[in-house]
Design a binder for this molecule. Structure first.
Ligand SMILES: *[C@@H]1O[C@H](CO)[C@@H](O)[C@H](O)[C@H]1NC(C)=O
Ligand SMILES: *[C@@H]1O[C@H](CO)[C@@H](O)[C@H](O)[C@H]1NC(C)=O
Ligand SMILES: *[C@@H]1O[C@H](CO)[C@@H](O)[C@H](O)[C@H]1NC(C)=O
Ligand SMILES: *[C@@H]1O[C@H](CO)[C@@H](O)[C@H](O)[C@H]1NC(C)=O
Ligand SMILES: *[C@@H]1O[C@H](CO)[C@@H](O)[C@H](O)[C@H]1NC(C)=O
Ligand SMILES: *[C@@H]1O[C@H](CO)[C@@H](O)[C@H](O)[C@H]1NC(C)=O
Ligand SMILES: *[C@@H]1O[C@H](CO)[C@@H](O)[C@H](O)[C@H]1NC(C)=O
Length: 358
């Protein structure tokens, strides 16, 4: 049998046609997505240790950064895929996702990513994508918080576009109820187990008071606190976040072990100590299928870690750019054509040398 004039098996022919016609569903399998943990084995063998060293240094003085870097990867992947679109700054042609409501004044670590990129470029110029740096940073941050490690599938390329509107639409909000959370994850090809496992990243890090004041004082305009909040915890949170206080004050996600990646996030939910509404919903929604998963993870840290690893790899495969599409950015905040325009001192192959200013 022949397709496109070449003799091949019929099944292969059909697959090729489906790919051409865009009829294959978005793949969540690492191999099918074209990613491979050994992608940089020959071109940048030290990339993992370079990324690790920068993050380890930063986390000594800023332990919160570990959670912030996981969140950065998550907020990248949910908006047109894991393509480092979140790192792009405002320019004439780019409306930055950084100023979309889910990111504005809350994403952290852009400077850390730039530091990593500088170190990586020194060792292997023009090879490692910013999107892969975000994926590696998320795994390394998990490990540095004493969580599980996994082999990060690599080989993503960076986008040449961003989508601020989509950031406002796709990213779940702290006030989401369970059906909206499930649907936001489902839109990305992630199921209920992925939702519960990935929410476990709230086992460390901080949130700002402004996202919980309604739960503490006037939940759903009832003039009462959220009834699913533990009353002891409510009093503690009211001390940290007084009514009409500074909405930017920080509070720990996990009151038990604030900087450690462990199963306490789930144990906290069982005693009604989830910080955000979107956390407690997983356990306190009557009859929800998430309840048994929370119960499982709260009593079995290994089950949580295994699920988290699988879900992070799955999330890391969303909408990845490989092959001839995309580019390897020289500077993570700008697409390459604009890096040159802005005179950021990047190597410009067309001009055959370093361009330090324009
Ligand atoms: C990390 O910190 C050590 C000790 O302070 C320093 O020698 C090293 O250069 C730092 N590495 C990076 C990549 O920042
Ligand atoms: C990119 O924008 C961020 C604010 O979102 C700013 O802090 C940073 O300095 C900008 N980066 C560059 C290289 O201009
Ligand atoms: C952003 O995404 C929306 C929804 O997919 C799409 O309609 C819009 O054209 C995109 N905007 C840009 C700037 O790509
Ligand atoms: C979610 O997907 C994973 C595979 O990615 C699978 O193992 C798990 O059974 C699924 N869970 C549900 C509730 O569908
Ligand atoms: C609760 O919020 C509603 C709507 O914003 C407002 O009308 C009401 O006055 C608030 N109640 C209290 C006690 O703050
Ligand atoms: C509230 O938290 C305390 C521990 O601080 C715990 O003993 C109690 O059982 C919790 N209440 C509920 C309803 O889970
Ligand atoms: C949690 O779920 C996993 C996978 O279904 C199972 O192997 C394990 O025994 C469960 N653990 C508990 C404590 O229920």
């Amino acid at each position: 049998m022949s397709c496109f004039g070449v003799r091949v098996a019929a099944l292969w022919c059909a697959v090729v046609l489906m790919v051409i016609m865009g009829e294959l569903p978005m793949s969540t399998d690492a191999q099918a997505s074209g990613l491979d943990p050994s992608f940089y084995k020959n071109t940048c063998p030290k990339v993992h240790s370079i990324v690790r060293e920068v993050i380890r240094n930063v986390s000594k003085t800023d332990p919160r950064m570990l959670a912030s870097l996981i969140r950065l990867h998550f907020h990248d992947c949910f908006v047109q895929g894991c393509d480092a679109s979140i790192l792009l700054n405002d320019t004439k042609t780019i409306a930055s996702e950084q100023s979309a409501p889910p990111n504005a004044n809350s994403i952290r670590g852009l400077d850390v990513v730039n530091k990593i990129k500088t170190e990586v470029e020194k060792a292997c110029p023009g090879v490692v994508s910013c999107a892969d740096i975000l994926a590696l940073a998320a795994e390394i941050s998990t490990v540095l918080g004493q969580g599980p490690d996994w082999k990060v599938p690599l080989g993503r390329r960076d986008s040449t576009t961003a989508n601020k509107t989509l950031a406002g639409i796709n990213l779940p909000a702290p006030s989401f109820d369970l059906p909206r959370l499930i649907s936001a994850f489902k839109n990305q090809g992630l199921n209920v187990t992925d939702l519960v496992a990935l929410s476990g990243a709230h086992t460390f890090g901080r949130a700002r008071c402004q996202f919980i004041t309604n739960r503490l004082y006037n939940f759903s305009n009832t003039a009462k606190p959220d009834p699913t909040l533990n009353t002891t915890y409510l009093q503690q949170l009211r001390t940290i976040c007084p009514i009409n206080g500074n909405g930017n004050t920080l509070t720990n996600f996990d009151p038990a072990t604030p900087d450690t990646f462990d199963k306490n996030y789930y144990s906290n939910l069982l005693i009604r100590k989830g910080l955000l509404q979107s956390d407690q919903e997983l356990f306190s929604t009557p009859g929800a299928e998430t309840v048994s998963i929370v119960n499982n993870f709260s009593s079995d840290q290994n089950a949580f870690f295994e699920a988290f690893k699988a879900s992070m790899i799955k999330m890391g495969n969303i909408g990845v750019v490989t092959g001839k599409n995309g580019e390897i950015r020289k500077q993570c905040n700008f697409i390459n054509s604009q890096s040159v325009e802005l005179g950021l001192g990047v190597y410009n192959s067309e001009h055959g040398g370093m361009v330090s200013s324009y």
